[in-house]
Design a protein around this ligand. Sequence first.
Ligand code: SF4
Length: 363
Amino acid sequence: MDTTTLLEQLYQTPEAEILTRIATLKAALGDQILILGHHYQREEVIRFADITGDSLKLAHEAARSTARDIIFCGVHFMAETADILTDDHQRVSLPDPAAGCSMADMANEEQVARCWQELNEILDAETTVTPVTYINSTAALKAFCGEHGGIVCTSSNAQTVMTWAWDQREKILFFPDQHLGENTAVLRMGIPDDAMIVWDPFQPMGGHSPEAIQQAKLILWKGFCSVHQWFKAEHAETMRQEDPTIQILAHPECSRAMCETADFVGSTEAIIQHVANAKPGASFAVATELNLVNRLGILNPDKSIRFLSPMICMCSTMFRTDPQHLLATLIAIQESGEINQICVPNDQQLHAKLALERMLRLA
Ligand code: SF4
């Protein structure tokens, strides 16, 4: 049966039966499979994950795994990363292959190559600029970084990686997320505003004069997360008026204004730890993806956890992975059928792995 027909059948099946079948098949497949679940996954999917985590933790776990089949409940770039870090005989599948990431789509290979070429017209990019890509990017961009002396970072290790990158060369080209680069450089590392420029890929020379590019220590790509962009500093003000004891927690993909007003800025894993370590009765308003904030509430019933924005900020592509797609993937693995396997082309594997391994050695 093809995947579309199978999914049509599964959507007619009661959810309780779907969940039971997932549990049964997962147990039957045993060590042959490893299910990785990103923190932004919905509750009825993440409960089946063998390991949950943010991008950095899951990249480490993929690299360590010996399972023949890794099912990545996350988005496309995460499954690509897992494929790069695993052996050739291992297969990585993404339950819904349409689960992408709008931020990763904001920088493509052609745009970054053009940027590099334009930088080369006014300076020797190969000796003066370290390219750093956020892990939320395509394998092609990770390969670009590997090939040009660069590296990958995550929101957990951005400061360590940027320190390494500036040790290699005097400038950093950071893509695709402007905010992670800016928040890390300014709020954690004290880089002044006049040492940064924002590169607009739709403008010649990114919209800058040769002098501005020569002076910049950090060149930030004009990209953002379509979920975290919605959290605003004024939301924090409203929360503080309602509860003066509330702590505002923000993910570094939020804008700089949001992060500047927050009491704590950290990666998904850091936010989870921060809340877990707080005293009973503490109250938090959290600026990150809705599924994670709801889970923080479940995991910390002795604390008050609120969602910072009055609007629903949920990652719609993470939400694409539902129990039906997970079950369809397990059935396909059991029957040796089509499994939505993610295969990074050979010509990208080598250099992308180089950039990822540089990061994994650091943190
Ligand atoms: S939350 Fe933002 S960065 Fe993360 S997968 Fe969704 S769109 Fe991409």
